[in-house]
Design a protein around this ligand. Structure first.
Ligand code: DP6
Length: 332
């Protein structure tokens, strides 16, 4: 392995209290703090190699060369790392997701978390967890939460230097599960970055931003007490609040499909029957069902009987972004 090469693995994450809207798009500073769980097994593995022999940056994602805006965003991130390290060499970036790209799962969080660690290490930098989280935030806001292990909180902060994610509890604190019901594999029409920019056009946005801090404090306390009966309704309320902002933006964004709404009703009636499960959503139609490990099999069983559900994926609290074995010998 050459000196200018490193490989990193990072998990996706699911936010219990969401990040929606930015107070500074350039620095990628959020309107509010957010709270999430890393998703074990839903990962991106990224190899970065800088070499004076390369005349341009090359990015390969899931076996395909990436061009256009996605490439530009990755090159901008490599430029940040080159700037920090005083390096001019171009890079080769090879990235593989463990989850299907069409599943509508946010790959930007795991993608930019893995890229931040792999690129910074390949460039010879040894960043602290905080510095790495700040770097990842510049790539994609939610990526900063995938840097520490387990349950993490991204504090909105007062500026770039104190806007990063810290661990709230390690993965072993609580065996929560995210049972993901895929109801559509279609590529979303409005990406998160575009959606964030529209948030301030919603008349509900100021009310959402004003209410998040309280909800987050209650959710953090419930998480630390492993109190799902308190945490669950807060998770649902926050997801609904975010989607209400999305749907009342100008132009409006409707991420939910009829199947998403049917599942929300379904989850409520399962709860009435005594099954402790709550829903949340990202910027998409797929439903994340949050429950405790003891209820996972029952939630999965019921979901597999729902006609709308194309696929079910299950995850639990995941580890930190870390360096990993070089996968290149599998390929070369
Ligand atoms: C709905 O982190 O994808 O998943 O910083 O523009 O890349 P960018 O946005 P991104 O937004 C995530 C939005 C969300 C909620 C969340 O994960 O908190």
């Amino acid at each position: 392995m050459s000196e200018l090469r490193a490989v990193a693995v990072a998990c996706a994450n699911i936010a219990f209290i969401k990040f929606w809207g930015k107070r500074d798009a350039e620095l990628n500073l959020p309107a509010n703090s957010s709270l999430s769980m890393n998703l074990e097994g839903l990962t991106t593995v990224t190899t970065v190699e800088f070499s004076p022999a390369y005349d341009d940056d090359l990015v390969i994602l899931d076996g395909q060369e990436v061009r256009g805006k996605t490439r530009q965003r990755i090159v901008a991130h490599l430029d940040r790392v080159r700037g920090m390290a005083g390096l001019r060499a171009r890079a080769r970036v090879i990235s593989e997701n463990s989850f299907p790209p069409g599943a509508g799962l946010a790959s930007s969080a795991s993608g930019f978390a893995a890229l931040s660690l792999a690129a910074s290490r390949a460039a010879g930098l040894a960043l602290s967890e905080r510095e790495l989280s700040i770097l990842a935030r510049f790539g994609s806001g939610s990526a900063c939460r995938s840097i520490p292990a387990g349950f993490t909180e991204w504090e909105a902060g007062t500026g770039s230097e104190d806007s990063f994610a810290r661990q709230v509890a390690p993965p072993e604190h609580w065996d929560l599960r995210d049972v993901i019901a895929i109801v559509s594999r279609a590529h979303k029409r409005v990406g998160s970055t575009e959606g964030h920019a529209l948030a301030p056009t919603s008349h509900l946005y100021p009310a959402r931003v004003a209410s998040v801090a309280d909800r987050l404090a209650q959710a953090r306390a419930a998480l630390l007490e492993k109190d799902l009966a308190t945490l669950g309704p807060l998770i649902e309320e926050d997801a609904i609040s975010m989607h209400a902002v999305m749907m009342t933006s100008r132009p409006p964004i409707y991420y939910w499909l009829p199947a998403s709404i049917r599942l929300m009703h379904q989850v409520q009636s399962w709860r009435d029957e005594g099954l402790e499960v709550y829903f949340t959503f990202d910027a998409g139609p797929n439903v994340h069902l949050i429950c405790q490990a003891a209820d996972q099999a029952e939630v999965e069983r019921r979901l597999r009987d729902v006609e709308d559900v194309l696929e079910v994926m299950v995850s639990g609290p995941g580890p930190a972004t870390q360096e990993t074995e070089d996968p290149s010998y599998h390929r070369e």
